[in-house]
Design a protein around this ligand. Structure first.
Ligand SMILES: [Zn+2]
Length: 475
């Protein structure tokens, strides 16, 4: 059998974080009661006229520039005609012949994934199925989307995952969207085919309904297996759309795939042609923040911290900002990065805070905690406890540490009584240690830690224990 390749193209829809919808003044809000954010324009009532949301165009251009795209100086909106219950007008205003942007790329580990086009369009409503029957919520109908389509340059599920991660990071940097997939602010469809080597593209299937980047990876892995099995048995792949079923972990056929001509695109007669000047585009280009790749290189030079820490910091702009603000108060990049990416994020997870912007703790106060740890005034457990106590109220770290008896006790004289008691009341671990079981010492350290309510300095305790047990032996 001839060798087969994997060819994947990705289509991502990013919801733009505008105040209002794409062609009317209805608020662009998530989670409101059904059908409360609608008007004659987004419902397509006769006589209503769309007006382009300039902010959506601006965000779209900024996003496209960040994706290294060429911005077309003239764009038009077109009607994409199809019938579906969540589409009240019977068509979607989208772009076809003259999209907002073309020919961009995202670079992943030195390899370019080319972006064919990025265009603006409006979202559809949402069908809601329940035991009572099916309903439709039009709140989302008309919300602005940027559709970003790659060339078939992706060659593995992992590469698809990396592309999406990078795309999300870029969108968040530019501030065009939070890309929250659970809320549907970023949605991804994938085309995949397995051409034989030398063949151009093969027959592709489109996979939809993935709710996470991991889901995309899993669905693509499943499709590779399914298609290669068919090909190996001498069967034929049919061009179709398949849905990923997360629970059953497989894709199943939804319908045969439409071609562009099935949609009968034609220019939207109610909207004029849009043009941009060189100055307008340059102004937007200059308003872009430092992009992740550039930030990464700068951090690498400036802070000299581990690669994995660097990557994790740069991936989320808010984390990178918090890191740099913290360094102004305590210029110890390694400590600060470790405490942000480790314990601080862990505590945020426990408290279900996703974004570091939503914690009350200030970089100034945060670095007080890190400094206390570095100066051995706090041990590991107490440091985490302190962070947890002040995360949501930003109370002064030093005061809270004092008030809650978190400060570490390192003075031998203050620890001796506990050490003595631990040795006297635990003869077995002491003998175990003496007979060479070094681990027994950790048990005794634990005893002292508990007696001191976690305040003892474990390193000092360890030394004191070793000395005390040696005395015991010589007696
Ligand atoms: Zn509306």
């Amino acid at each position: 059998m001839k060798e087969i390749e994997v060819v994947i193209g990705l289509e991502v829809h990013v919801q733009l974080a505008t105040a209002t919808k794409m062609f009317c003044r209805c608020p662009n809000l998530f989670g409101q009661p059904p059908n409360t954010l609608i008007c004659p324009v987004c419902m397509g009532l006769p006589g209503s006229l769309p007006v382009v949301n300039a902010k959506a165009v601006e965000l779209g251009i900024k996003a496209a520039l960040a994706l290294n795209c060429h911005i077309n100086r003239e764009i038009i909106f077109e009607r994409k005609n199809y019938f579906y219950p969540d589409l009240p007008k019977g068509y979607q205003i989208s772009q076809y012949a003259l999209p907002l942007a073309e020919e961009g790329f995202i670079e992943i580990e030195g390899k370019k994934i080319r972006i064919r086009r990025a265009h603006l369009e409006e979202d559809a409503g949402k069908l809601i199925h329940s035991s009572l029957g099916s309903g439709v919520d039009f709140n989302r109908a008309g919300v602005p989307l940027l559709e970003i389509v790659t060339e078939p340059d992706v060659h593995s599920p992992q590469q698809a995952y990396d592309y999406l991660t990078q795309l999300k990071t870029i969108m968040q940097y530019v501030g065009v969207s939070s890309c929250d997939m659970e809320k549907g602010f970023l949605r991804c469809d994938a085309n995949i085919s397995l051409p034989r080597k030398g063949e151009k593209l093969g027959v592709k299937t489109e996979v939809k309904n993935m709710n996470s980047f991991r889901g995309v990876k899993d669905a693509l892995s499943y499709e590779i297996e399914r298609q290669s099995e068919i090909i190996q048995k001498g069967g034929r792949i049919i061009q179709e759309t398949r849905l990923w079923d997360e629970a059953r972990r497989k894709t199943f056929s939804m319908r045969s795939k439409e071609e562009a001509h099935d949609y009968r695109y034609f220019p939207e007669p109610d909207l004029v042609k849009y043009t941009f000047t060189e100055e307008e585009i340059e102004k937007l280009r200059n308003s872009l923040p430092e992009m992740p790749q550039v930030k990464y290189e700068r951090f690498k030079k400036q802070y000299k911290i581990e690669e994995s820490l660097l990557k994790a910091l740069v991936e989320e702009k808010n984390l990178a900002d918090f890191f740099e603000s913290s360094l102004r108060y305590y210029p110890q990049p390694k400590s600060v990065a470790n405490w942000i990416l480790g314990p601080l994020r862990e505590i945020m997870n426990i408290k279900r805070i996703e974004n570091i912007e939503n914690i009350a703790l200030s970089p100034d106060n945060f670095t007080k905690v890190v400094r206390m740890f570095d100066e051995k005034k706090l041990n590991n457990i107490a440091t985490k406890k302190l962070l947890s106590l002040i995360l949501e109220n930003n109370e002064n770290a030093a005061v809270v540490a004092e008030k809650n008896n978190l400060l570490q006790i390192s003075n031998a004289a203050d620890l001796e009584a506990w050490v003595e008691e631990a040795v006297r009341t635990n003869p077995k671990p002491v003998n175990d240690y003496l007979s060479g079981k070094k681990n027994a010492l950790m048990f005794l350290v634990g005893v002292v830690m508990r007696k001191s309510s976690g305040q003892a300095n474990p390193t000092v305790v360890k030394d004191l224990l070793v000395r005390r047990i040696k005395d015991e032996k010589s007696n």
